[in-house]
Design a protein around this ligand. Structure first.
Ligand code: ZN
Length: 185
C-alpha cells in the first residue's frame, strides 16, 4: 500500500526513531509499503519517519546506478550491489570516513527542492536486517550518501541542516512556497 509522505514541517521528522528489537508481520508489511511508496515517488531512499512512523527503519535502492560507488563490502567481503538491493535496514550505527564530498541532494519530504550537501565520502554502517542478521556495510559514493541521508532521518536530522548557510538561505523562499502548496504552516 502506498503511504502518504510526510512533508517538512511535520514534527515527526524531527524526532529520533525508536530502536526496533522485534521483526513482526506488521513491520514486514510496513517495509513493503515503504518500498512501494519509495518506488512510486521515484526515490532512492525512504525512512519510516517520512511516512509518519517513528522507528529506526529505512529502505534504500540505488540499483538504477550500479556504478555509484567504487567499492562495496559486506562483513569484509566484496559484494555485488544486486545482492543487497533493495536494502532494508534497522537501527543503523555509522562510522564516517574519507574526504568531505559535495553533491546535490533531494528528499521526498521536500518535493522539488534540491541543494548541495557536504557529507563524508565513505561510510561503515552496522545495520540490522529483517532476517535477524546484523551486517557491516563498507562503501562510498552515492550509496554511502543515501545511507547517511536515511540514517539522519532516523535521528531527526534533515538534509537542510547539512547544507551551508548560504545554500539554506537561497532555498528559504522555495521551501516556504512548498510548505504553502502542501498546506503546512
Ligand atoms: Zn530525505
Amino acid at each position: 500500500m502506498i503511504r502518504e509522505i510526510v512533508i517538512f514541517g511535520d514534527p515527526v521528522l524531527r524526532k529520533k526513531g525508536a530502536l526496533i528489537d522485534e521483526v513482526t508481520d506488521e513491520l514486514r508489511e510496513l517495509v513493503q509499503d515503504m518500498l512501494e511508496t519509495m518506488r512510486e515517488a521515484d526515490g532512492i531512499g525512504l525512512a519510516a519517519p517520512q511516512i509518519g512512523v517513528g522507528k529506526q527503519l529505512a529502505v534504500v535502492d540505488v540499483s538504477h546506478d550500479p556504478e555509484c560507488f567504487s567499492y562495496l563490502r559486506v562483513d569484509g567481503v566484496a559484494t555485488p550491489l544486486e545482492d543487497i538491493m533493495p536494502l532494508v535496514f534497522m537501527n543503523p550505527e555509522l562510522e564516517y570516513g574519507g574526504e568531505p564530498d559535495v553533491m546535490s541532494e533531494g528528499c521526498l519530504s521536500f518535493p522539488d527542492i534540491r541543494g548541495d550537501v557536504t557529507r563524508p565520502y565513505e561510510v561503515t554502517a552496522k545495520l540490522d536486517l529483517l532476517d535477524g542478521r546484523s551486517i557491516v556495510i563498507e562503501t562510498d559514493g552515492l550509496l554511502a550518501r543515501v545511507i547517511q541521508h536515511e540514517t539522519d532521518h532516523l535521528n531527526g536530522v534533515l538534509f537542510t541542516e547539512r547544507m551551508s548557510t548560504a545554500t539554506r538561505f537561497s532555498l528559504r523562499g522555495k521551501i516556504k512556497r512548498m510548505q504553502r502548496d502542501f498546506g503546512i504552516k
